[in-house]
Write a protein that binds this ligand. Structure first.
Ligand code: FES
Length: 391
């Protein structure tokens, strides 16, 4: 007789009977270009689409005679499904930054393709990453970021340790053949490089730092390290945007920076010496570099800085390093015609106090403009305004 409760197969989101040795099917990152496998992730996939579209691509055409990809690569649901399998469910992918999980108990949630993950540092200080899916009925387990001693499912209260083990299955008494050791969270490979946390959905990969570095950044890693892409920077803030376009449109725009900046961003162009704009292609990384054009820009807080380096890490991560700043752009596909872009801002620690002061001052001035604070009647000798709360 089947048991009264069911567990969820995350890959298909279909309920299945709970059995002692319940298999857990993951998206298989090696099923690249397997059209039927791709349809697991997108039920709208058509019966022809992606293989035909890929077959139309001829990699032997020299760049001088190449044209842009057909628009169907940006709109066809089957091509989008193929991309999830071929690009996002294999290899190392940027997921977050190390400052988010510096201390035991800290966690953040993230996404690769259509799959949700939670990354945390357990009580022993070990970095862990799991599918962010409860093993009971597949509820999302954790949201956002923060600090926890365990993960409690918001649906029926199953509780998991930060090492992924199932600590408590509520009202399970009397259920036969239930072994809690078989219902821990499903782990994924996790690693770090510099200030970044990376995930990999392939099961049999090595997360040794040198191997991860070689696979993720190839021969560009030294250049990035030598140009200040490192974990000494302090996190400032995050901004994210929903954009109604295919995720590759954002990446395309990023990659042709040297082409469109003189026309679309005249203010930025005036601060760059575009005669010295260069683009260098590494294995999976494209690096654009440019000297600052103006010697008058001496403000340490200036976002342009004396040198600018823009690195695109295939397939969807961008690292921008300029002056004391670094920002990253992570492009998350949300469908053929929609994506989310997450901007994270970092700064050299010596300037963090300046950032905080400027942010507080801007907030203060905003409150004044909204009528929530009175204008100060005097100022301290330091030049800082005195704040008084309106009654
Ligand atoms: S879905 Fe039931 S406890 Fe999580």
């Amino acid at each position: 007789m089947e048991m009264a409760i069911t567990v969820m197969n995350v890959a298909t989101l279909q309920p299945k009977p709970l059995r002692a040795k319940s298999p857990y099917l993951l998206p298989n990152p090696r099923r690249v270009f397997n059209f039927k496998a791709s349809s697991l992730h997108n039920p709208q996939v058509s019966s022809i689409g992606a293989p035909t579209l890929v077959g139309q691509f001829d990699p032997t055409i020299p760049i001088e005679r190449a044209v842009t990809p057909p628009s169907s690569w940006y709109t066809d649901p089957s091509f989008y499904s193929l991309e999830l399998d071929a690009l996002f469910y294999r290899g190392w992918q940027a997921a977050g930054y190390t400052e988010q999980i510096k201390n035991p108990g800290e966690f953040f949630t993230c996404r690769l393709g259509n799959a949700e993950f939670v990354v945390c540092r357990d009580g022993d200080g070990k970095l862990q990453a799991f599918h962010n899916v409860c093993r009971h009925h597949a509820s999302l387990l954790a949201y956002g970021s923060g600090r926890k001693s365990c993960f409690v499912c918001p649906y029926h209260g199953w509780t998991y340790g930060l090492d992924g083990s199932l600590l408590k299955a509520t009202r399970i008494t009397g259920i036969q053949n239930f072994n809690e050791h078989e219902f821990g969270l499903i782990s994924v490979k996790v690693a770090t490089w510099g200030p970044f946390v990376l995930l990999n959905m392939e099961q049999d990969v090595d997360s040794d730092t040198d191997i991860v570095e070689k696979e993720w950044l190839g021969s560009s890693s030294e250049l990035l390290s030598n140009n200040g892409v490192d974990s000494s920077l302090s996190f400032v803030c995050r901004r994210d945007y929903m954009i109604e376009c295919n995720w590759k449109v954002f990446c395309d725009n990023y990659l042709d920076g040297g082409y469109h900046v003189p026309y679309a961003h005249k203010g930025l162009a005036s601060g760059l010496n575009l005669d010295h704009y260069s683009t260098t292609i590494y294995e999976k990384v494209s690096i654009q570099k440019c000297e600052g054009g103006s010697t008058e820009r001496t403000n340490d807080y200036d976002r342009l800085g004396s040198k600018a380096l823009y690195a695109f890490v295939y397939p969807n991560f961008m690292i921008n390093r300029y002056g004391p700043w670094m920002d990253t752009n992570l492009v998350l596909p949300l469908g053929p015609r929609k994506c989310q872009v997450i901007f994270d801002y970092f700064i050299e620690p010596s300037l963090m106090i300046t950032v905080i002061y400027k942010a507080l001052r801007a907030m203060h001035e905003l409150y004044i403009s909204l009528g929530n604070l009175e204008k100060p009647s005097n100022e301290h000798s330091s030049g800082q305004k005195q704040v008084s709360t309106k009654k």
